[in-house]
Design a protein around this ligand. Sequence first.
Ligand SMILES: Cc1ncc(COP(=O)(O)O)c(C=O)c1O
Length: 439
Amino acid sequence: MLHKNTDATSGLEKVLADLEQDYRSRNPRSAEQVARAAQVLPGGSTRTVLHFDPFPLVIAHASGSHVTDLDGHEYADFANDFTAGFYGHSDPLITEALRSAIDSGLSFGGLNLHEEKLAREICTRFDSIDRVRFCNSGTEANLIAIQLARQAMGRSKVLAFKGGYHGSVLSFLGGKSMNCGMDNVVLAEFNAVESVEAAAVGILDDLAAIVVEPMMSSGGGILAETGFLQFLREFSTRHGALLIFDEVQTARMGRGGLQEIFGISPDVTTLGKFLGGGASFGAFGGEAAIMDLLDANREGAIPHGGTFNNNILSMAAGHVGYSKVATPGAIEGANAKASELRRRLTEVAQGADLPIQLGGYGTIISIHFQPNEVRRPSEIRTSAKQRKLVHLELLKRQIYASRRGTINLSLATTGDDIDSYVRAFKEISTLHSGFLRNT
Ligand SMILES: Cc1ncc(COP(=O)(O)O)c(C=O)c1O
């Protein structure tokens, strides 16, 4: 048995070495550019998630549902900027909004006409949001939402989840992090009521907030169970803590985010990624009683600054994108397209006798090669080498995908793109079912 495993491992090593060699020979200009960038940027990059070995591709341009790298290969984009690219590349309405915003001037240092429109669209679509504030990233949205909860409740502790990701300084994925404020954070297991109860013992009187992704994103596309979210809603109310839903990725899943689909209202919601229409963006919103603590007309208001909070590009592109492109109808259409893709991937895997679990929800699909359902990150069986194998094989077939194995569709993804993905997936599953099978 040991002998057989060793053979399989060395077989996989050999396949990976060949794929890596092939990747290097196809991408000399990306390799050269990454090496040049490494002289001035650590590892040649300024965003760790974009790194993969042997070196990441440098993208020269993008249009519609495709990206083109520096060596001239055009790919169907299934990474879509880790969900931020939900509008596809250069949607015409958003491009027009950006052009006209540029023509009317940038950095006003004053209020502008776009911010109220985007805020109104968000408040209309999310039942739990009476008022919203903008910031510059999902990370910032979560940091501020947590601080707001602490000030609003006069408490200090926060309960979050193992495998959760709320930004690079609020990352509970395990391993090294640049987290801040960990002295006041306790972690529980996702989808496990008893674990939340156990983690909260001894801090209930000081618990300011529970922060949770209704679908764990970086943690592996793991959807929360309805009963679990209902429990968190009831538990936080009972103990006088705020419930924060991080919908930075999941806002795209329904008219008013994933919370509308679950039928559960948090006290505060954090937003980001696609909602800025392709420009830097973050937001947090909730009921008036909490958000109005930031109302500068009030005595003792909590100040919330940020030079670019209402930057013209994010506000204008965000408003047009959310009101005219990611309409409830368009979201429904994209979810239907994703369901069809899920059906086809399942069929392909069954044909190759390859057990898979398709996590995520709607247009975010996380592929796990295993027979058992994934309820929390510790149950994921796919190894880093298996991820690398699939990733390099997809790139070879001109499918741009993330190393972590998540498919993010965009509103621009076409039927032809989906056919290409399914074709590539079928070839890879047939070729490598032995290497990809986990039990
Ligand atoms: C669920 C979730 N929250 C927060 C963030 C952080 O957003 P940003 O990268 O814009 O800071 C991310 C980014 O991946 C995310 O997926």
